[in-house]
Design a protein around this ligand. Structure first.
Ligand SMILES: N[C@@H](CCC(=O)N[C@@H](CS)C(=O)NCC(=O)O)C(=O)O
Length: 202
């Protein structure tokens, strides 16, 4: 049985979304998004930094959302949600899959810290505006790539789970410029997927 260690409004939603898309059975260990739960000895034994998501699959214990998505697709998807390695879509699939944590989430993290996590007296306007600029620059090429496409690469895939979730978060923070209409329409499409709705509300 797959066990997902989860906290609400976090990247763990990506994994619930994926598990739901694949119709897999899983158990959810719902923790509060609070240091008391995440930094507990019990959870640090699963993830040294006390973060989510963490996946257990028998003897396998895995953290890093991208690694977890790749692992589930490789071992439990029966070939779904990923282009074949020798297909023309595969390189671009890899690019957008990893663009999520590599390029989009770093400025999103800063924006969350500077607008939500830090008390107002410790916030830094310069850091916030730099992160917003970086995020806009990172999202522009995605907007171009989505021109005339429903999903990032061919059919709906693991790249949409990763980058689609990051774009959903960016949009929810109000940080995707209005002009990037392909991204707005793409996120709206993703939001229609029942598995996404379950993932986000878990
Ligand atoms: N790159 C990691 C990031 C993990 C991460 O930072 N998770 C956040 C939730 S989205 C977390 O657990 N934060 C709690 C904390 O920093 O204490 C991944 O993709 O899994």
């Amino acid at each position: 049985m797959l066990i997902l260690h989860h906290a609400p409004n976090s990247r763990a939603g990506r994994i619930v979304w994926l598990l739901e898309e694949l119709g897999l059975e899983y158990e959810l260990n719902r923790m509060e998004f609070h240091p008391k739960a995440l930094k507990s000895e019990e959870h640090r034994a699963r993830h040294p930094l006390g973060r989510v998501p963490v996946l257990e699959d028998g003897d396998v214990l895995l953290y890093e959302s991208g690694a977890i998505v790749e692992y589930i697709i490789a071992r439990h998807s029966d070939g779904a949600l990923k282009p074949a390695v020798d297909s023309p879509e595969f390189p671009e699939y890899l690019q957008w899959f990893h663009y999520c944590e590599g390029m989009v989430m770093p400025p999103v993290n800063t924006i969350v810290v500077q607008t939500i996590l830090l008390p107002p007296e410790r916030r830094n306007d310069e850091a916030l505006s730099q992160a917003q600029k970086l995020l806009t620059k990172a999202v522009e090429p995605v907007d171009e790539a989505l021109d005339g496409r429903e999903y990032l690469v061919g059919d709906f895939s693991g790249a949409d789970i990763m980058l689609g979730h990051a774009l959903y978060m960016s949009r929810r923070l109000g940080c995707v410029p209005e002009a990037l209409t392909n991204v707005h329409r793409y996120v709206e499409r993703i939001e229609q997927r029942p598995a996404f709705q379950t993932g986000i509300s878990a």
